[in-house]
Design a binder for this molecule. Sequence first.
Ligand SMILES: Cc1cc2ncn([C@H]3O[C@H](COP(=O)(O)O)[C@@H](O)[C@H]3O)c2cc1C
Ligand SMILES: O=C(O)c1cccnc1
Length: 351
Amino acid sequence: MELKLPEIPELSRQHRLAAQEQLDRKTKPVGSLGRLEELAVQLCAIQHKVPPDTARKRILVFAADHGITEEKVSAYPREVTAQMLANFAAGGAAINVLARLMGGELFVVDVGVAAEPVVGVKNRKVRWGTRNFAHEPAMTVEETLQALNVGIELAFEAAEDEVDILCLGEMGIGNTTAAAALLCLLTEAREEQVVGRGTGLTDAQLEHKRAIVARAVARHREWVKTPFEALCAVGGLEIAALVGSMIGAAASKIPVIVDGFIVTVAALVAYHLTPKARDALIFAHRSEELGHRYALELLEANPLLDLGMRLGEGSGAALASFLVEAAGRILREMATFAEAGVSEREEQDVT
Ligand SMILES: Cc1cc2ncn([C@H]3O[C@H](COP(=O)(O)O)[C@@H](O)[C@H]3O)c2cc1C
Ligand SMILES: O=C(O)c1cccnc1
Protein backbone atom coordinates (compact mmCIF):
# COMPACT_ATOMS: atom_id res chain seq x y z
CA MET A 1 0.00 0.00 0.00
CA GLU A 2 1.21 3.52 -0.80
CA LEU A 3 0.37 6.91 0.66
CA LYS A 4 -2.07 8.29 -1.94
CA LEU A 5 -3.96 11.35 -0.79
CA PRO A 6 -6.99 12.82 -2.57
CA GLU A 7 -6.70 16.19 -4.33
CA ILE A 8 -7.95 19.17 -2.27
CA PRO A 9 -9.58 22.09 -4.12
CA GLU A 10 -8.59 25.71 -3.38
CA LEU A 11 -10.85 27.79 -1.13
CA SER A 12 -13.24 29.73 -3.36
CA ARG A 13 -12.33 33.43 -3.49
CA GLN A 14 -15.41 34.10 -5.58
CA HIS A 15 -17.79 32.66 -2.97
CA ARG A 16 -15.94 34.36 -0.15
CA LEU A 17 -16.41 37.77 -1.80
CA ALA A 18 -20.06 37.08 -2.61
CA ALA A 19 -20.72 36.03 0.99
CA GLN A 20 -19.11 39.17 2.38
CA GLU A 21 -21.06 41.34 -0.02
CA GLN A 22 -24.37 39.69 1.00
CA LEU A 23 -23.56 39.99 4.71
CA ASP A 24 -22.97 43.72 4.29
CA ARG A 25 -26.49 44.13 2.87
CA LYS A 26 -28.21 42.42 5.86
CA THR A 27 -30.16 44.51 8.40
CA LYS A 28 -27.35 45.15 10.90
CA PRO A 29 -24.46 47.57 11.22
CA VAL A 30 -21.64 46.46 8.91
CA GLY A 31 -19.45 43.85 10.65
CA SER A 32 -21.59 43.79 13.82
CA LEU A 33 -21.86 40.01 13.99
CA GLY A 34 -18.10 39.81 14.41
CA ARG A 35 -16.65 36.34 14.22
CA LEU A 36 -19.98 34.85 13.13
CA GLU A 37 -19.53 36.82 9.90
CA GLU A 38 -16.01 35.46 9.45
CA LEU A 39 -17.39 31.96 10.01
CA ALA A 40 -20.16 32.43 7.45
CA VAL A 41 -17.63 33.63 4.88
CA GLN A 42 -15.28 30.72 5.68
CA LEU A 43 -18.13 28.20 5.22
CA CYS A 44 -18.92 29.63 1.78
CA ALA A 45 -15.25 29.53 0.75
CA ILE A 46 -14.95 25.87 1.81
CA GLN A 47 -18.28 24.67 0.35
CA HIS A 48 -18.04 26.80 -2.82
CA LYS A 49 -21.62 28.01 -2.31
CA VAL A 50 -23.55 31.00 -0.96
CA PRO A 51 -25.40 30.66 1.34
CA PRO A 52 -23.70 27.66 2.95
CA ASP A 53 -25.57 24.50 3.96
CA THR A 54 -25.44 23.61 7.65
CA ALA A 55 -28.53 21.50 8.34
CA ARG A 56 -26.97 18.03 8.10
CA LYS A 57 -24.33 17.55 10.79
CA ARG A 58 -22.40 14.37 11.52
CA ILE A 59 -20.04 13.60 14.40
CA LEU A 60 -17.33 11.01 13.77
CA VAL A 61 -15.72 9.62 16.92
CA PHE A 62 -12.70 7.44 16.11
CA ALA A 63 -11.69 5.01 18.87
CA ALA A 64 -8.59 2.91 19.50
CA ASP A 65 -6.30 1.62 22.23
CA HIS A 66 -2.66 2.40 22.92
CA GLY A 67 0.22 0.09 23.88
CA ILE A 68 1.81 2.98 25.77
CA THR A 69 -0.81 2.48 28.53
CA GLU A 70 1.49 -0.34 29.78
CA GLU A 71 3.67 2.50 31.12
CA LYS A 72 0.91 3.82 33.44
CA VAL A 73 0.47 7.16 31.67
CA SER A 74 -3.30 7.55 32.15
CA ALA A 75 -5.36 8.01 35.31
CA TYR A 76 -7.82 5.38 33.99
CA PRO A 77 -7.36 1.75 32.92
CA ARG A 78 -7.21 0.82 29.24
CA GLU A 79 -10.48 -1.17 29.52
CA VAL A 80 -12.34 2.16 29.74
CA THR A 81 -11.99 2.62 25.95
CA ALA A 82 -14.09 -0.49 25.19
CA GLN A 83 -16.47 0.25 28.07
CA MET A 84 -17.07 3.75 26.72
CA LEU A 85 -17.85 2.28 23.29
CA ALA A 86 -20.70 0.35 24.91
CA ASN A 87 -21.75 3.59 26.63
CA PHE A 88 -21.75 5.43 23.26
CA ALA A 89 -23.84 2.65 21.73
CA ALA A 90 -26.32 2.87 24.64
CA GLY A 91 -26.57 6.67 24.32
CA GLY A 92 -25.20 7.52 27.78
CA ALA A 93 -21.98 9.47 27.09
CA ALA A 94 -21.55 13.26 27.03
CA ILE A 95 -21.27 13.21 23.24
CA ASN A 96 -24.60 11.35 22.94
CA VAL A 97 -26.33 14.12 24.89
CA LEU A 98 -24.72 16.86 22.78
CA ALA A 99 -25.42 15.01 19.51
CA ARG A 100 -29.11 14.79 20.40
CA LEU A 101 -29.19 18.46 21.39
CA MET A 102 -27.58 19.65 18.14
CA GLY A 103 -29.61 17.26 16.00
CA GLY A 104 -26.48 15.58 14.64
CA GLU A 105 -25.83 11.97 13.66
CA LEU A 106 -23.21 10.24 15.81
CA PHE A 107 -21.00 7.60 14.16
CA VAL A 108 -18.53 5.83 16.45
CA VAL A 109 -15.78 4.06 14.51
CA ASP A 110 -13.60 1.37 16.13
CA VAL A 111 -10.24 1.65 14.34
CA GLY A 112 -8.36 -0.45 16.88
CA VAL A 113 -9.93 -0.98 20.29
CA ALA A 114 -8.38 -3.96 22.12
CA ALA A 115 -11.65 -5.82 22.67
CA GLU A 116 -14.42 -7.59 20.75
CA PRO A 117 -16.46 -5.32 18.46
CA VAL A 118 -19.47 -3.57 20.01
CA VAL A 119 -22.89 -3.67 18.34
CA GLY A 120 -23.83 -0.16 17.21
CA VAL A 121 -20.19 0.84 16.62
CA LYS A 122 -18.69 0.68 13.12
CA ASN A 123 -16.05 -2.05 13.14
CA ARG A 124 -13.00 -0.95 11.15
CA LYS A 125 -10.38 -2.49 13.44
CA VAL A 126 -6.87 -2.39 11.99
CA ARG A 127 -5.48 -4.26 15.02
CA TRP A 128 -6.23 -4.64 18.73
CA GLY A 129 -4.42 -1.52 19.95
CA THR A 130 -1.04 -0.12 18.95
CA ARG A 131 2.34 -1.41 20.17
CA ASN A 132 4.05 0.24 23.14
CA PHE A 133 6.05 3.08 21.58
CA ALA A 134 8.35 3.21 24.63
CA HIS A 135 9.96 0.10 23.09
CA GLU A 136 9.08 -0.04 19.37
CA PRO A 137 7.15 1.88 16.69
CA ALA A 138 3.44 2.01 17.56
CA MET A 139 2.32 1.08 14.04
CA THR A 140 3.78 -0.36 10.85
CA VAL A 141 3.56 1.64 7.62
CA GLU A 142 0.81 -0.71 6.45
CA GLU A 143 -1.28 -0.28 9.61
CA THR A 144 -0.90 3.49 9.53
CA LEU A 145 -2.03 3.60 5.89
CA GLN A 146 -5.00 1.36 6.67
CA ALA A 147 -6.10 3.64 9.53
CA LEU A 148 -5.63 6.77 7.38
CA ASN A 149 -7.79 5.13 4.72
CA VAL A 150 -10.55 4.37 7.23
CA GLY A 151 -10.72 8.12 7.88
CA ILE A 152 -10.67 9.04 4.20
CA GLU A 153 -13.46 6.52 3.49
CA LEU A 154 -15.67 7.84 6.29
CA ALA A 155 -15.25 11.38 5.00
CA PHE A 156 -16.16 10.23 1.47
CA GLU A 157 -19.18 8.38 2.88
CA ALA A 158 -20.24 11.64 4.58
CA ALA A 159 -19.92 13.43 1.22
CA GLU A 160 -22.10 10.76 -0.46
CA ASP A 161 -24.69 11.21 2.30
CA GLU A 162 -24.60 14.98 1.65
CA VAL A 163 -23.38 15.84 5.13
CA ASP A 164 -22.88 19.61 5.44
CA ILE A 165 -20.69 19.83 8.55
CA LEU A 166 -18.41 17.21 10.07
CA CYS A 167 -17.47 17.26 13.78
CA LEU A 168 -14.47 15.14 14.77
CA GLY A 169 -13.79 13.46 18.10
CA GLU A 170 -11.85 10.56 19.60
CA MET A 171 -11.88 7.97 22.37
CA GLY A 172 -8.76 6.09 23.42
CA ILE A 173 -7.26 5.80 26.89
CA GLY A 174 -3.62 6.91 26.63
CA ASN A 175 -4.10 9.07 23.56
CA THR A 176 -2.98 12.34 25.19
CA THR A 177 0.41 10.63 25.60
CA ALA A 178 0.49 9.59 21.93
CA ALA A 179 -0.61 13.07 20.81
CA ALA A 180 1.98 14.82 23.00
CA ALA A 181 4.79 12.54 21.75
CA LEU A 182 3.67 13.21 18.17
CA LEU A 183 3.73 16.94 18.80
CA CYS A 184 7.29 16.67 20.18
CA LEU A 185 8.46 14.60 17.19
CA LEU A 186 6.87 16.94 14.63
CA THR A 187 8.23 20.12 16.21
CA GLU A 188 10.89 21.40 18.55
CA ALA A 189 8.49 21.26 21.51
CA ARG A 190 9.87 20.07 24.86
CA GLU A 191 7.85 17.60 26.89
CA GLU A 192 7.23 20.13 29.76
CA GLN A 193 5.47 22.29 27.17
CA VAL A 194 3.09 19.69 25.71
CA VAL A 195 2.71 16.69 28.03
CA GLY A 196 -0.31 17.39 30.24
CA ARG A 197 -2.49 15.68 32.82
CA GLY A 198 -4.93 14.03 30.36
CA THR A 199 -7.74 12.43 32.36
CA GLY A 200 -6.32 13.92 35.59
CA LEU A 201 -2.82 12.76 36.61
CA THR A 202 -1.29 13.85 39.93
CA ASP A 203 1.97 15.85 39.93
CA ALA A 204 4.06 12.70 40.43
CA GLN A 205 2.20 10.83 37.69
CA LEU A 206 2.66 13.78 35.33
CA GLU A 207 6.40 13.75 36.01
CA HIS A 208 6.47 10.04 35.12
CA LYS A 209 4.46 10.60 31.91
CA ARG A 210 6.91 13.33 30.84
CA ALA A 211 9.91 11.05 31.44
CA ILE A 212 8.29 8.27 29.36
CA VAL A 213 7.55 10.68 26.48
CA ALA A 214 11.02 12.27 26.61
CA ARG A 215 12.75 8.90 26.43
CA ALA A 216 10.53 7.56 23.65
CA VAL A 217 10.80 10.73 21.56
CA ALA A 218 14.61 10.74 21.85
CA ARG A 219 14.66 7.12 20.73
CA HIS A 220 12.35 7.60 17.70
CA ARG A 221 14.07 10.84 16.59
CA GLU A 222 16.97 8.62 15.55
CA TRP A 223 15.02 7.12 12.65
CA VAL A 224 11.97 9.34 12.01
CA LYS A 225 12.52 11.56 8.95
CA THR A 226 8.97 12.49 7.84
CA PRO A 227 5.63 13.44 9.43
CA PHE A 228 4.21 10.13 8.19
CA GLU A 229 6.97 8.24 9.99
CA ALA A 230 6.30 10.26 13.15
CA LEU A 231 2.68 9.09 12.96
CA CYS A 232 3.82 5.45 12.62
CA ALA A 233 6.33 5.82 15.47
CA VAL A 234 4.21 7.28 18.26
CA GLY A 235 0.74 7.93 16.84
CA GLY A 236 -2.45 5.99 17.26
CA LEU A 237 -4.90 4.25 14.97
CA GLU A 238 -7.66 6.75 15.85
CA ILE A 239 -5.23 9.65 15.31
CA ALA A 240 -4.32 8.33 11.85
CA ALA A 241 -8.02 7.93 11.01
CA LEU A 242 -8.66 11.52 12.16
CA VAL A 243 -5.88 12.72 9.83
CA GLY A 244 -7.44 10.80 6.94
CA SER A 245 -10.92 12.11 7.67
CA MET A 246 -9.70 15.73 7.59
CA ILE A 247 -7.99 15.22 4.25
CA GLY A 248 -11.03 13.39 2.85
CA ALA A 249 -13.40 16.10 4.07
CA ALA A 250 -11.25 18.90 2.64
CA ALA A 251 -11.18 17.06 -0.69
CA SER A 252 -14.99 16.84 -0.54
CA LYS A 253 -15.47 20.53 0.41
CA ILE A 254 -16.93 19.61 3.81
CA PRO A 255 -16.09 21.98 6.69
CA VAL A 256 -14.60 20.12 9.66
CA ILE A 257 -14.97 21.18 13.29
CA VAL A 258 -11.84 20.20 15.21
CA ASP A 259 -12.29 19.21 18.86
CA GLY A 260 -9.56 19.37 21.53
CA PHE A 261 -5.91 18.43 21.97
CA ILE A 262 -5.79 15.05 20.23
CA VAL A 263 -7.83 16.13 17.20
CA THR A 264 -5.74 19.32 16.90
CA VAL A 265 -2.52 17.27 16.84
CA ALA A 266 -4.11 15.13 14.10
CA ALA A 267 -4.83 18.41 12.26
CA LEU A 268 -1.16 19.32 12.52
CA VAL A 269 -0.20 15.97 10.98
CA ALA A 270 -2.74 16.52 8.17
CA TYR A 271 -1.27 19.98 7.58
CA HIS A 272 2.25 18.52 7.39
CA LEU A 273 1.10 15.84 4.92
CA THR A 274 -0.90 18.23 2.73
CA PRO A 275 -1.07 21.91 3.77
CA LYS A 276 -4.39 22.59 1.99
CA ALA A 277 -6.16 20.28 4.49
CA ARG A 278 -5.85 23.21 6.95
CA ASP A 279 -8.27 25.31 4.88
CA ALA A 280 -11.34 23.21 5.71
CA LEU A 281 -10.79 23.30 9.48
CA ILE A 282 -12.76 25.27 12.08
CA PHE A 283 -11.33 25.07 15.60
CA ALA A 284 -13.97 24.51 18.27
CA HIS A 285 -12.41 25.31 21.62
CA ARG A 286 -9.31 25.80 23.69
CA SER A 287 -8.96 22.68 25.82
CA GLU A 288 -7.45 22.68 29.32
CA GLU A 289 -4.89 20.08 28.19
CA LEU A 290 -1.45 21.67 28.44
CA GLY A 291 -0.19 21.13 24.88
CA HIS A 292 -3.32 22.39 23.16
CA ARG A 293 -2.32 26.07 23.20
CA TYR A 294 0.99 25.24 21.51
CA ALA A 295 -0.62 23.02 18.84
CA LEU A 296 -3.20 25.73 18.10
CA GLU A 297 -0.46 28.34 17.71
CA LEU A 298 1.40 26.19 15.20
CA LEU A 299 -1.79 26.05 13.11
CA GLU A 300 -2.50 29.77 13.63
CA ALA A 301 -5.88 28.72 14.98
CA ASN A 302 -8.12 30.92 17.10
CA PRO A 303 -10.81 28.63 18.54
CA LEU A 304 -14.40 29.75 19.03
CA LEU A 305 -14.89 28.69 22.65
CA ASP A 306 -12.91 28.55 25.89
CA LEU A 307 -14.96 26.63 28.44
CA GLY A 308 -12.25 24.90 30.47
CA MET A 309 -13.21 21.57 28.91
CA ARG A 310 -10.87 18.56 28.65
CA LEU A 311 -13.07 15.64 27.72
CA GLY A 312 -12.58 14.77 24.06
CA GLU A 313 -15.22 12.56 22.32
CA GLY A 314 -15.94 15.52 20.01
CA SER A 315 -17.76 17.34 22.83
CA GLY A 316 -16.20 20.74 22.10
CA ALA A 317 -16.81 20.32 18.38
CA ALA A 318 -20.47 19.50 19.01
CA LEU A 319 -20.89 22.66 21.10
CA ALA A 320 -19.15 24.81 18.48
CA SER A 321 -21.45 23.41 15.79
CA PHE A 322 -24.22 25.64 17.20
CA LEU A 323 -22.16 28.71 16.33
CA VAL A 324 -21.26 27.32 12.91
CA GLU A 325 -24.90 26.64 12.14
CA ALA A 326 -25.89 30.08 13.45
CA ALA A 327 -23.37 31.69 11.08
CA GLY A 328 -24.75 29.81 8.09
CA ARG A 329 -28.37 30.53 9.00
CA ILE A 330 -27.70 34.27 9.33
CA LEU A 331 -26.43 34.42 5.78
CA ARG A 332 -29.34 32.27 4.57
CA GLU A 333 -32.24 33.80 6.50
CA MET A 334 -31.58 37.42 7.49
CA ALA A 335 -33.37 40.12 5.49
CA THR A 336 -31.42 42.78 3.61
CA PHE A 337 -32.05 46.52 4.14
CA ALA A 338 -33.93 46.59 0.82
CA GLU A 339 -36.10 43.56 1.63
CA ALA A 340 -37.06 44.85 5.09
CA GLY A 341 -37.40 48.52 4.14
CA VAL A 342 -34.82 49.62 6.72
CA SER A 343 -32.79 52.78 6.10
CA GLU A 344 -29.11 52.29 5.41
CA ARG A 345 -26.13 54.05 6.94
CA GLU A 346 -25.91 57.78 6.24
CA GLU A 347 -22.83 59.69 5.18
CA GLN A 348 -23.10 62.57 7.67
CA ASP A 349 -21.04 65.70 7.36
CA VAL A 350 -20.28 66.87 10.90
CA THR A 351 -17.75 69.57 10.04
C1 LIG B 1 -14.64 7.77 31.42
C2 LIG B 1 -13.86 8.52 30.35
C3 LIG B 1 -14.53 9.03 29.24
C4 LIG B 1 -13.79 9.72 28.27
N1 LIG B 1 -14.17 10.31 27.13
C5 LIG B 1 -13.12 10.85 26.56
N2 LIG B 1 -12.02 10.64 27.30
C6 LIG B 1 -10.73 11.19 26.96
O1 LIG B 1 -9.68 10.71 27.80
C7 LIG B 1 -8.73 9.90 27.11
C8 LIG B 1 -7.39 10.56 27.02
O2 LIG B 1 -6.82 10.82 28.28
P1 LIG B 1 -5.56 9.97 28.82
O3 LIG B 1 -4.46 10.15 27.81
O4 LIG B 1 -5.25 10.56 30.14
O5 LIG B 1 -5.99 8.53 28.93
C9 LIG B 1 -9.32 9.70 25.73
O6 LIG B 1 -10.07 8.53 25.70
C10 LIG B 1 -10.17 10.93 25.55
O7 LIG B 1 -11.12 10.82 24.56
C11 LIG B 1 -12.41 9.92 28.39
C12 LIG B 1 -11.74 9.40 29.50
C13 LIG B 1 -12.46 8.69 30.48
C14 LIG B 1 -11.73 8.13 31.67
O1 LIG C 1 -8.34 18.20 24.81
C1 LIG C 1 -8.88 17.10 24.71
O2 LIG C 1 -9.56 16.80 23.70
C2 LIG C 1 -8.69 16.07 25.79
C3 LIG C 1 -8.04 16.35 26.96
C4 LIG C 1 -7.90 15.38 27.93
C5 LIG C 1 -8.40 14.12 27.71
N1 LIG C 1 -9.02 13.84 26.57
C6 LIG C 1 -9.18 14.79 25.62
